[in-house]
Design a protein around this ligand. Sequence first.
Ligand code: MOS
Length: 762
Amino acid sequence: MVDAAPTPKENMGQPVPRIDARLKVTGGARYPADIPVSNLAYGVLVTSTIARGRITALDVEAARATPGIIAVLTENEVKGRIAKPEFGGSNATSIAPLQGADIAHDGEIIALVVGETFEAAREGAMLVHVDYAKETPSTSLYSQGAETVAAVDASKRFKEDPKVGNFDENLAASQVKIEADYFMPTQHHNPIELFSTTAAWNGDELVVYEPSQNVTGWKIEIAKQLKIDPERVRVVSPFIGGAFGSKGPITPRTALVAYAAKLLGRPVRCVVSRMQSFTTMTYRAETRHHIEIGATQDGRITAFKHEGFEVTSRPDPYLVGGTTATALMYNYGSVLTKVSLVKTDRPTPGYMRSPPETPYVYALENAMDEMAVALNMDPVEFRRINDTMVEPIKHRRFTSRSLMTCFDAAASEFRWSERKSEPGSMREGDWLIGMGCATAIYPTNIAPCAVRVRLTADGRVRVQTASHEIGTGIRTVAAQVAAERLGVATEMVDIEMGDTILPPAPVAGGSNSTASVCSAIMKACDEILDQLFYSASSSKEGALSKARVDEMKVANGEVVSERASEKIADILSRSGEGAIEQYTEFLPEGASPQGVSNLYKGKLEMIGGESGKQAIRFAFGAEFVEVWVHKHTREIRVPRIVGAFAGGRIINPKTARSQLMGGMIWGISSALHEATEFDHREARVVNRDLQDYLVPVNADIKEVTVILVPEVDDKVNPAGVKGLGELGNVGTAAAIASAVYNATGKRVRDLPIRVDTLIGEA
Ligand code: MOS
């Protein structure tokens, strides 16, 4: 097999190619803004050019007079007609556009221009004239006027700052100490598929076409904002061209466009421009980290402190909160943590791939490398000494933790033993070579999920669930699980997803989808098999007549018992049934009894990670990176990166590898490329397009090796699956910072690491 389709190891399924691959590469996959809708009008947003203050005059006359303009919606048309969203749950922000004259952030939506064509609407939007009364905004963590509050007081999602033991005493008594601050900048989502809303009414029935990671939650929220019955709302999102958290929570644009469509009696499509998506959508909050570690001379950590500071908007306490991961990473003797939110005049931040872990584990793992250097110890051995099967805070076991197995597998593939620890001691011509490594961790989550599975007499299977294919391969793994459970070929399974007319599924977030959807499908298939076996056994005729149900299995389209077998099609046709269909609701262990009914109401109960009483659920990995830094120009290259990951059962090694590889590439991006830059006087984004917002291109990414480490965990959930969507980009940036140190002797703590960061160093 080729690298892209790794040979399955223990507890892994087949590397089946994506069942929707052909549709995607031939243009057959319709993304929401591609879906044809007749009599469409086009909406273009007008956004504010100040970050704080008030609109004093909004002149739309010239816009209205433009040929092809149908309407210009401002506060006058909208105020009071759309209910203000509440922050949290399915909502990205409580900052509601067109509800008043106040401006809460740069690029806030202040009008919606609707035209016969996109071009007309855009021209109209450019002619809207706005006068403001401007106030001085606060941009970031360090800005004057920014307000710092404790996360435990501000956020409902953050109950306590993890701590244990006497940190101060332990630190004072420790033989080796390090203390440093780390910084990860604001990063912006730039999915290739732009953000968009298309709203069409048929009488009082609304259909919204929009790329979404949470159609069920959105349906409820759209109804709430428009003050209509949720049963009148349908959200359609069959294919999504990149999401990673940005299409998880709904933003106020959706209800605004739907309202415009209602008002004008005509469908409206609004595609947000790349530049406007930098201010109307969510982003990764910038975070600062203060870390202190104390250890014994032989490398045992005795004291660990992690303080985090996170940017949020004025009204909404968006929480990153990554100490829930870093505080239980190693067998620290004592732990002290505190998370603070810093309120600024910015849009509300949101989820971006591994929202808490990427920044917090970056800081921890960079500090771990600093400590290994201070101890004059190999960084892998330093982690081995502090590895633990029991987390240090409440002493609960990990259901499984293959961290050191991952380190050993990746170290061997990477040839880590050839590394020289003295900085600057590995060279090739004008290039300084460095190697570094870091831990990856991500919580294993699961949520209630409903599915409908139908087995027809011709042996075909149809699986329906309102889950979301955000590029992870969920359609493919869902088909594999149904096929395996019902004993049919994968090609015989059809998958329908991404539409609220289907049984509700949880948000495609927190890497829960494979576990939740597959657990529900397994349950539904088992219920179908019960019926099928009963039908075979209770029949007066047929090879399986009177055979024992508990001895039956399915394989290759047949029901098989000890002595006889019969085709599924024959069993169904004899019983006179055309199909067996099962609507199944899956409630994970540990969820409340209302978990499923809450799902229908758009309220998600995500179970897992560190929420367990006796055991906690996490996936682990290890990443190794080689960097080359040019002696004179300080150009930084990453010729190779190796990651080894253990994720419980791997249903499809091909899609799993793809997820992890994508994560590692984003990790490289996070370390070396991405940062949203601000004009701090105005709190405005400067690099709001893909020309100035750096992301890696093919030439930046060389050899990326993914090792899938076999792991069996039957306690984690019924499917035995740990999510892999987010694990891959955790730790990458720290591994790169450590490799840069090994190459140059310079410890970089503020990301991104660029030429200018390293200039002037020997
Ligand atoms: Mo993920 S950022 O939880 O979609």
